[in-house]
Design a protein around this ligand. Structure first.
Ligand code: CUA
Length: 314
């Protein structure tokens, strides 16, 4: 049983940053409460009806005082803005070389897959001291991946990818919640994050049914779902080759130029007519309903592996 605590354990490298910002804001609120309410109470008592005080010649203004109480809160406000923006940038920008985990949310479970192929449901094992980046998609409605001990929470939205990252700093088990109401069993859409010592994690990765790596799985799907029928050089159908594509700038028939990232590839599979590559016809059928979000992530991992090696992900 956990002892009562006001705040969850600080289990990630960004937890203390967020907590200090929170404490700072709370401290500022308490300070301004005093600045306003202590004089209010003081004047209420001192100038109450019947009190014998000097009410003659009230001061008409004090420039120094008025400049002061305008500038001082302004500077404090700007200070918090800069502080908050710095923390925001830190938690929103995943570091390079993070471990990649794919997350698919659905009513009402979390399906996760490690780059090595290992799959989990409602559980995520991660090694201590490594950055972990989650790429998340939803198969139905909006969910939200919330780990209080890591102070991370990110909506998982159908039709797009969102990411979240953390750097666990202590071994242990932590709660995982869905933090967006997603239907009847929303409250049961919970799980745990298990932070292990790196050696234990390496051992854990090899236990159980060792799945194929996510890249190999993607390669298998690439052939099985028929992508390779058109997207290889020798094909009769005129379709864009996909080697070296990932991370590149793609000119579109519309004249726009887009980056071939996860989102672009996902859209190209589900909504092929949305962004036609310049020089190609709108021939590809939509695979919506024929490929799951999890499978798309595997295909993307495969395309990444045959993609532009000089670019690091997005
Ligand atoms: Cu999923 Cu709430």
């Amino acid at each position: 049983m956990d002892k009562f605590r006001l705040f969850p354990i600080e289990g990630s490298s960004s937890a203390h940053q967020i907590d200090w910002l929170y404490f700072g804001l709370t401290g500022m609120l308490i300070f301004f409460c005093f600045v306003v309410f202590v004089p209010v109470i003081f004047f209420c008592i001192r100038y109450r009806r019947g009190a014998k005080v000097n009410r003659a010649n009230p001061p008409e203004g004090n420039n120094l005082l008025e400049t002061g109480w305008t500038l001082f809160p302004l500077l404090i406000g700007l200070g918090f803005f800069i502080w908050g923006a710095a923390v925001y940038y830190h938690i929103e920008r995943p570091p390079r070389n993070a471990l990649q985990v794919q997350v698919v949310a659905k009513q009402w479970m979390w399906k996760l897959q490690h780059a090595e192929g290992k799959k989990e449901i409602d559980e995520l094992h991660v090694p201590l001291g490594r950055d972990v980046e989650l790429t998340m998609a939803s198969q139905d409605v909006i969910h939200s991946f919330f780990v209080p001990a890591f102070r991370v929470k990110q909506d998982v939205v159908p039709g797009k990818y969102t990411t979240e990252w953390f750097h666990p700093t202590r071994v242990g088990e932590y709660h995982l919640f869905c933090a967006e109401y997603c239907g009847t069993n929303h409250s049961k859409m919970i799980g745990r994050i298990v932070v292990m010592r790196p050696a234990d994690y390496a051992r854990w990765l090899t236990t159980g049914t060792t799945d194929r790596s996510i890249v190999l799985e993607g390669q298998r799907l690439f052939h099985e779902k028929g992508c390779s029928g058109c997207h290889v050089g020798s094909s009769v159908v005129h379709a864009p080759p996909l080697e070296g594509l990932y991370g590149k700038q793609v000119p579109l028939a519309s004249g726009d130029i887009v980056t071939a990232d996860d989102e672009y590839i996902r859209d190209s599979i589900f909504l092929p007519g949305k962004q036609i590559a310049a020089g190609y016809d709108n021939l590809m059928p939509s695979f919506s309903g024929h490929i799951s979000e999890g499978e798309i992530m595997q295909i993307i991992a495969y395309l990444k592996s045959i993609g532009n090696q000089s670019e690091e992900g997005k």
